[in-house]
Design a protein around this ligand. Structure first.
Ligand SMILES: *[C@@H]1O[C@H](CO)[C@@H](O)[C@H](O)[C@H]1NC(C)=O
Ligand SMILES: *[C@@H]1O[C@H](CO)[C@@H](O)[C@H](O)[C@H]1NC(C)=O
Ligand SMILES: *[C@@H]1O[C@H](CO)[C@@H](O)[C@H](O)[C@H]1NC(C)=O
Length: 240
């Protein structure tokens, strides 16, 4: 017979007071976790969009693409997956939106709500999309920045954004961004650093300011951790 949960819990407390971290039962962002299940996605984002529209895809499709993207970008740990899933559910309004509606920037989109300079680089980096991006760009790869975005015709911004809105690309945008637009150390930091790494990712890489206690960003991260962590593993102290 297996020991009951209270005994394991007591054991975890005893062990955690005698050995250095990570104690068994403590939150450990570097734990490798398997593919995310639909149940975990729904636990992480209980109000995920269900009315399928041009912007909202069925949850089975979302989960398939997210798992494919995690594998493609070699993101295996709880810390990495929770940071990216938390980001996507927040930025897309629980996956409801695929393009920016507030205030309605023409070139901004994907489930990570990348700004147009990043949308442009993301589309250009995809072998199957590159020819079309170059055609819209009149033959030359552009250096798009926040400052020169408004020089690019709105119709062209929308046409390039449209290339990365299909499921295959929209759910992989956050993973691409992590590897291509964050500091090179961020991939490992998210795997090892827990809340402080998530905070640094949001502040320095997403450029979205501090993750304060009680904020929506913190809540999303905590929901993602809670949904994906192995059974029996504790939660980060910042989530209590
Ligand atoms: C997304 O879901 C969370 C609860 O999981 C809720 O607090 C939040 O308001 C929702 N966001 C939107 C934009 O619907
Ligand atoms: C492509 O060329 C047309 C015609 O000269 C111009 O109006 C448009 O702004 C150019 N598009 C981009 C993305 O530079
Ligand atoms: C793009 O433009 C920015 C601002 O003008 C400049 O700092 C950067 O070096 C340029 N990047 C490339 C790849 O040309």
């Amino acid at each position: 017979m297996l020991p009951s949960i209270p005994i394991l819990f007591l054991l975890a407390i005893i062990l955690s007071s005698t050995i250095a971290a990570p104690a068994p039962g403590a939150f450990n962002p570097s734990t490798t976790i398997p593919d995310i299940t639909i149940q975990q996605l729904l636990a992480a984002a209980p109000t995920i969009c269900t009315a399928v529209t041009e912007e909202c895809h069925p949850a089975v499709d979302a989960i398939k693409e997210i798992n494919t993207a995690f594998a493609h970008y070699r993101l295996k740990t709880l810390g990495q997956k929770a940071a990216l899933l938390g980001l996507m559910t927040l930025e897309s309004g629980n996956f409801t939106y695929n393009v920016n509606h507030f205030p309605g920037r023409p070139g901004q989109g994907t489930k990570a709500m990348l700004m147009f300079p990043h949308i442009y680089d993301y589309a250009l980096s995809q072998p199957a999309l590159r020819v079309e991006v170059l055609r819209i760009s009149n033959g030359t790869a552009l250096n798009v920045t926040i400052d020169n975005t408004d020089k690019i015709p709105v119709a062209d911004q929308k046409a390039i954004r449209a290339l990365v809105l299909p499921e295959k690309y929209t759910y992989a945008a956050a993973m691409w961004y992590l590897w291509n637009k964050c500091q090179a150390s961020m991939v490992m930091k998210l795997a090892e650093g827990g809340f402080e790494a998530f905070r640094e990712y949001i502040r320095d890489c997403i450029d979205a300011g501090d993750v304060t206690s009680g904020s929506d960003r913190l809540k999303r991260w905590c929901s993602a951790v809670k949904a994906m962590k192995p059974e029996g593993m504790g939660m980060p102290e910042q989530c209590s």
